[in-house]
Design a protein around this ligand. Structure first.
Ligand code: BG6
Ligand code: MG
Length: 216
């Protein structure tokens, strides 16, 4: 796939534009401790790019208590989210690197449409806390989709929101599931962070501003 065809760049949020990993970890850990479930930072890595309810199922893999009803599981996910949002409320523009802001500004100056494609239902809140909403032409998030990554749905929606053919979109992702979603959606997969080990990634970034070398 040719970079020259690219007209829009679709960004995952968590782990790409900013990092909420540690807050997810603290909130899941709180819930896990209450249920005597072992939960480590390594376990937390498995939740990257995975939806909230799917994340809960992964955390519950080591649960040995009485069987939980569907309602109890929903309540647990809500409790985790309440704890997570307390951390999110502390986020501010300082949680985003200047390199990220400068790169996004320059990509936009070069004429690229920019969008968010995130599995998170908190994406809009996080973007607002960090004052990043206006850096993007559109936001597709966990509230817009019925199937989570690796399904391409969130990126297909983001491409629609910026009126761009998927074949003219690049996706920047830190999760294997997100790279797989980009490939499934017919988009150019660009990996950063943990996703650079994903064999499906076409381009690999060492640092966010490397995007300026790929898209000129
Ligand atoms: C993704 C994160 O962006 O959002 C996952 O990488 C998380 O770890 C998922 O589970 C869902 O987030 P939320 O905010 O809807 O619970
Ligand atoms: Mg991510």
């Amino acid at each position: 796939m040719n970079n020259k065809k690219i007209k829009a760049i679709l960004f995952d949020l968590d782990g790409v534009v900013l990092s909420t990993d540690h807050y997810h970890f603290l909130a899941w850990k709180q819930m896990a401790d209450e249920l005597a479930i072992p939960f480590t930072k390594t376990d937390n890595e498995r939740l990257r790019g995975v939806s909230r309810m799917e994340s809960l199922e992964i955390v519950l893999e080591k649960y040995t208590g009485a069987p939980l009803t569907a309602e109890e599981k929903v309540a647990l996910a809500e409790k985790k989210n309440d704890a997570y949002r307390v951390y999110l409320r502390q986020m501010s523009p300082s949680d985003v690197a200047d390199e990220v802001r400068d790169t996004l500004r320059e990509l936009r100056r070069r004429g690229y449409r920019l969008a968010i494609g995130s599995s998170s239902k908190n994406a809009r809140f996080i973007l607002s806390q960090t004052e990043m909403t206006d850096f993007f032409d559109a936001i597709a998030d966990g509230t817009d989709i019925s199937r989570s990554k690796p399904d391409p749905e969130v990126f297909v929606k983001a491409a629609q929101f910026v009126n761009t053919d998927p074949a003219e979109c690049a996706v920047v992702e830190d999760a294997f599931a997100g790279i797989e979603a980009a490939v499934g959606g017919g988009m150019l997969p660009v990996a950063i962070g943990s996703a650079v080990d994903c064999p499906m990634a076409v381009h690999k970034l060492t640092t966010f501003s490397d995007l300026l070398k790929l898209f000129n």
